[in-house]
Design a protein around this ligand. Structure first.
Ligand code: SDX
Length: 428
């Protein structure tokens, strides 16, 4: 056995292989643990448990490193485009110009959605959260394209579903927003690129010319790149889990959207702005809220701070913070909550509680400030996260399927009642 780990238990010794990845991360392969020892492992939240071997994204939480298919996130966010990054994540290599043009053209040709989508939209009350609308509309694609229910689809059929998802999600996102504010929806404009088309569907008004600001479109493209994948996070693990049962890709992505919605995950970008607004309304006293975040009897957490993996600065947060300054100054926008965010960040980074727990700003801490400057409403922030994360979810689902991974089915340690007789108790 090249590298192995030994477990001794009740006088027995067991040896298990240790595998090491290309970035020298090592794991004990325990596939035979229960067979040979009767033991299982217990790891709520999977904090120390690897679910798969993946070649898509590498992140080093201690060093604050994030790479998509080996390319550094700061390089990609500066030099690439969201569609090029989507291609890289999904197909494994950067596209040639011809491959990129074909990919982009295919996506453009699938942006339109079935008119019956409007009937589904009309069924939602106007106060429906756009994330619930989005996950429903994505799942409805399994009805419009029932072939996707076949677990033995060809690669070409799978690729068509992938193109449909990338093409239609922006339309669904914009339509969910328009439906919420009671405006007529805008159809996609196939003369525009991905971000310009999305912005037009979001903000164009009937009988008015709309031209998206290139500064806004460029900032949006960068934000989508920064959110595109993040290895085995909660929503990606959900996509893999649902996909492992051979449910359709649309069902798996819809499940990922719902997992992302939670305030501890992608919903944090909305919670950050709500938190900053609350601090501003309460007089802007950052220290008061820092003390609340440290108080174990207070459920308040500093939203946008902390991370399961990053025990250093989230590299995306650094890039977004810098972009926030640039975008706001180029748009001539001043946002008082940006100053509160900076004050809060400074105070937390110098507070022993946060230092001891290695709590740094994460991707969600500054992203909402840029989205707001771009004119995107708060309850659409997590929809923007989902738009960015879509290629990552697709890439991870595709890798799980291509590796023929088994259905996910964790075990448990039962701690409930042991066997007992059923005694009928006279019920009045
Ligand atoms: C994302 O996984 C990913 O990659 C996710 C993501 C992606 O791209 O997919 O990066 C996107 O989801 C970013 C995270 C967004 N969520 C938030 O900003 C919500 C606030 N943060 C936390 O709730 C928390 O930090 C988590 C959920 C992000 C991580 O939680 P963990 O890893 O389970 O850590 P924990 O809850 O066990 O906290 C460890 C300690 C605890 O204190 P002690 O029990 O040791 O005394 O740190 C404290 C926690 O109370 N703590 C916080 C805190 N986060 C952790 N205390 C105050 N404020 C916080 N934000």
């Amino acid at each position: 056995m090249s590298d192995s780990a030994k477990l001794s238990y009740k006088g027995q010794e067991y040896e298990f292989p240790v595998i090491t990845g290309t970035e020298n991360e090592s794991a004990i392969e325990i596939g035979k643990l229960r067979d040979v020892s009767g033991l299982i492992t217990l790891d709520p939240g999977y904090k120390n448990t690897g679910a798969t071997k993946s070649a898509i994204t590498f992140l080093d939480g201690e060093e604050g490193i994030l790479r998509y298919r080996g390319y550094k996130i700061d390089e990609l966010s500066k030099k690439s485009t969201f569609l090029e990054v989507a291609y890289l994540l999904i197909y494994g290599e950067l596209p040639t110009q011809a491959e990129y043009d074909a990919f982009s053209k295919e996506i453009t040709q699938h942006t339109l959605v079935h008119e019956d989508i409007k009937k589904i939209l009309a069924g939602f009350p106007s106060n429906a959260h756009p994330m619930g609308v989005l996950s429903s509309l994505i799942c409805s694609l399994s009805a419009f394209y029932p072939d996707s229910l076949n677990p033995n689809q060809t690669d070409e059929e799978i690729n068509l579903s992938i193109i449909r998802l990338l093409a239609k999600m922006p339309t669904f996102a914009a339509w969910a927003f328009k439906n919420k504010i009671g405006h007529p929806v805008n159809y996609p404009d196939n003369n525009l690129d991905y971000c310009a088309n999305f912005l037009k569907m979001m903000f164009a008004l009937p009988a008015e010319q709309y031209e998206s600001d290139p500064v806004v479109a460029t900032a949006l493209d960068k934000l989508l790149i920064l959110h595109a994948d993040h290895e085995q996070n909660c929503s990606t693990s959900t996509v893999r889990m649902v996909g492992s049962s051979q449910a359709s890709i649309y069902a798996a992505i819809s499940a990922g959207i719902n997992a992302l919605w939670g305030p501890l995950h992608g919903g944090a970008n909305q919670s950050v702005i709500e938190m900053l607004e609350a601090i501003k309304a309460d007089g802007g006293d950052a220290k008061k809220y820092l003390d609340k975040a440290k108080d174990k009897n207070d459920p308040f957490r500093l939203m946008g701070f902390g991370h399961r993996v990053y025990k250093n600065f989230d590299p995306r947060a650094k890039i977004i913070k810098q972009a926030a300054d640039e975008v706001l100054s180029r748009l001539g926008v001043t946002d008082p909550v940006l100053e509160i965010a900076k004050e809060l960040e400074y105070a937390a980074l110098n507070d022993q509680y946060f230092i001891d727990r290695k709590l740094y700003p994460n991707v969600d801490f500054y992203s909402g400030i840029i989205y707001r400057a771009l004119g995107i409403p708060t309850d659409m922030f997590t929809v923007m996260f989902a738009l960015g994360r879509l290629p990552g979810w697709i890439a991870q689902w595709k890798e799980m399927r291509e590796n023929k991974e088994p259905i996910g089915r964790p075990r448990q340690v039962y701690v409930g009642a042991t066997e007992r007789e059923y005694v009928f108790i006279n019920k009045r």
